[in-house]
Design a protein around this ligand. Structure first.
Ligand code: NAD
Length: 318
């Protein structure tokens, strides 16, 4: 496993990170015992970055991850989030964030987080994030409950705008997590966000390398927001790879892991089989020519996202 430093935090993180939302049944029913084995297997194979949120399974993912990490907390860089609690349940107030971190610490069976992120901020009022949420998170950092803080979301201009408005500090936030904006199907993270984080020394975390399951043999979950034609493109890509005797998920991960500025790429996992496959892909040799061929095949359907969050926070007019 390769490791990289997350921005200026000094945290050394595995280039392949463990996304724990599937532990909360976000992609179908996960077997809790198998989920625990998957976490242990990931640590044994060198994965040290674990990402979760109270939102995933409405606290279930944190509870399961906390149980699985019992006795191994010191082996991992642990990140969770605040501000999102349900599909339409958001609260970025100071009081809720203070309560949220204490609840998360209890579920995760630890007394500190390595990374604490404001979750899906495009659903928030930018001003509240800048003036209330982030300052509260910085206070919690001072109090020793979180070592570093950051923001997450789909809408990249919003992430950048918020970080820019936080002001004159060397790194206005320590880390930014972007999802579904850099993978085989889409690369506009590099236009809208990567130069900004590079300039400010902010740690860059890229989530959903499999486009939330769309680039896997299992296909996307029923709630997946991509259009029917993008889903069809994903299905054709999986088929194309299958005919060549390779897994689309391997290729998709390898594409993401080659990004030089991303510290860790988070794949959602809840089984030992997926952990083993993904670690093997992450550490195996890459067929660069095939990646170019696949990206050409995909190009008519590339760089498409969907609206999420408040109207004023959208990257593209719909
Ligand atoms: P993903 O692209 O990692 O896809 C996950 C899906 O792919 C799941 O169904 C999983 O079972 C399946 N999968 C994983 N490995 C596989 C393999 N080898 N073969 C076949 N199927 C495989 O999407 P994701 O889970 O949404 O993203 C990864 C993580 O990033 C999340 O779990 C979460 O921790 C984080 N994330 C954060 C945000 C945010 O903060 N706003 C948004 C999205 C994701």
């Amino acid at each position: 496993m390769e490791y990289a430093t997350l921005g200026r935090t000094g945290l050394r993180v595995s280039k392949l990170g463990f996304g724990a939302s599937p532990l909360g049944n976000e992609f179908g029913e996960a077997d809790p015992a198998e989920g625990e084995r998957a976490v242990h297997c990931a640590i044994d194979l060198g994965i040290n970055y674990f990402d979760v949120a109270p939102y995933y399974g409405r606290t279930l993912a944190e509870t399961r991850l906390g149980a699985a990490l019992e006795g191994r907390r010191d082996k991992v860089v642990l990140a969770t989030k605040c501000g999102r609690y349900d599909v339409d349940g958001f609260d970025f107030s100071a009081a809720r964030i203070r309560l949220s971190i204490d609840e998360s610490l209890q579920r995760l069976r630890t007394d500190y987080l390595d990374v604490f992120l404001a979750h899906d901020i495009e659903f928030a009022d930018a001003r509240q994030v800048v003036e209330e949420a982030i300052p509260t998170m910085r206070e919690l950092q001072q109090e020793g409950k979180a070592r570093f803080i950051g923001i997450t979301g789909l809408q990249l201009n919003m992430l950048r705008r918020v970080a820019e408005r936080i002001g004159a500090e060397a790194a206005p936030v320590d880390a930014i997590l972007s999802y579904c904006r850099y993978n085989l199907l889409i690369t506009d993270m590099d236009d809208l966000l990567t130069p900004f984080v590079q300039r400010h020394g902010i740690g860059l975390i890229n989530a959903s390398p499999l486009h939330m399951g769309l680039l896997t043999a299992g296909g996307p979950p029923s709630w997946h927001p991509a259009t029917a034609e993008v889903k069809e493109m994903g299905r054709r890509l999986v088929q194309f790879c299958w005919q060549l005797g390779i897994r689309a998920s391997d290729l998709a991960l390898q594409f993401c892991l080659q990004h030089p500025d991303v510290a860790t790429t988070l794949a959602g996992m809840s089984t030992v089989e997926h952990v083993r496959q993904n670690v093997a892909a992450a550490t195996g040799s890459v067929d660069a020519a095939l990646i170019v061929e696949v990206r050409t095949l995909i190009s008519p359907f590339a760089n498409r996202i969907w609206p999420t969050g408040r109207p004023e926070n959208q990257d593209y007019a719909s």
